[in-house]
Design a protein around this ligand. Structure first.
Ligand SMILES: Nc1ccn([C@@H]2O[C@H](COP(=O)(O)OP(=O)(O)OP(=O)(O)O)[C@@H](O)[C@H]2O)c(=O)n1
Ligand SMILES: C[C@](O)(CO)[C@H](O)COP(=O)(O)O
Length: 222
């Protein structure tokens, strides 16, 4: 596969409400550097030719530029505006695509994705069209129904990570659908077209930094 066939859309258009601090979590420092820079570096280190599209709220783009200056961060990215939901942020990123053949979408707040997972996703997608990384559940899972609850067979479930990588024609077609609140990731959008999504092994360290506790885990993982 020639290098210019790949693009990654890194979504960082969220508010980070569950983190409970005013600074959007993608800019919080981990190991002395904003989380988002760690994330971008993962993909750049994997492939220096990959096209990187970064989705950021419009009102944070100047702040991001200033941060890049402050940290001498010079990895080239194309910036798209964030949307009201993750779906709309991804859609804005898709609008900046050129003719790349394979496109991944990755959460800006997952800085610990392994190079192996990124490579597996981009290699597998060439035959499978739609590939997502998952990990097994290591705890017992209960189904909540009203006042009661029951144990379910956890082997029938898994946890879903990013990057989620697709044949770009398929991804573009999927994102022409109307927004549905059940679209919590890109696989669910692609699946709504009737396309099967294939699973590959994710890496457990690839946490989505969501709460202050995750920052402690993140510091330990550095
Ligand atoms: N309108 C949105 C909402 C989310 N995201 C991105 O999608 C990823 C996963 O979302 P999540 O962890 O839920 O981030 P937030 O929406 O920022 O967090 P919260 O739900 O706590 O507000 C994050 O990188 C986030 O920036 C986005 O690009 N645009
Ligand atoms: C895309 C995702 O990270 C896969 O696990 C997740 O669905 C994002 O969820 P959120 O609702 O934006 O927190």
């Amino acid at each position: 596969m020639s290098d210019n066939q790949k693009a990654i859309i890194i979504v960082a258009g969220g508010k980070g409400t569950r983190m409970g601090v005013s600074l959007p979590k993608q800019f919080i420092r981990l190991g002395g550097k904003p989380i988002l820079m760690h994330t971008i570096e993962r993909f750049y280190t994997y492939d220096k030719q990959i096209r990187i599209i970064l989705v950021l709220p419009e009102d944070q783009q100047v702040f991001w530029k200033d941060l890049c200056k402050e940290y001498c961060f010079d990895i080239s990215v194309d910036v798209a505006n964030g949307g009201d939901t993750r779906f709309h942020s991804v859609l804005n990123g898709i609008r900046l695509l050129h003719d790349e053949k394979w496109v991944g979408i990755h959460d800006g707040v997952r800085p610990f994705v392994s190079y192996e997972v990124i490579a597996n996703c981009f290699e597998s997608v060439q035959t499978l069209k739609a590939v997502i990384p998952t990990i097994p559940i290591v705890e017992t899972v209960r189904f909540l129904k009203g006042e009661t609850s029951t144990t379910v067979n956890r082997d029938e479930y898994c946890l879903v990570q990013t990057p989620q990588v697709f044949c770009s024609e398929l991804l573009k077609r999927a994102y022409q659908q109307n927004y549905n609140s059940h679209f919590t990731d890109d696989a669910s959008v692609v699946e709504a077209l009737g396309q099967e999504v294939s699973l590959i092994s994710g890496n457990r360290e690839n946490i989505k930094v969501t709460t202050p506790f995750d920052l402690k885990i993140g510091e330990a993982l550095l």
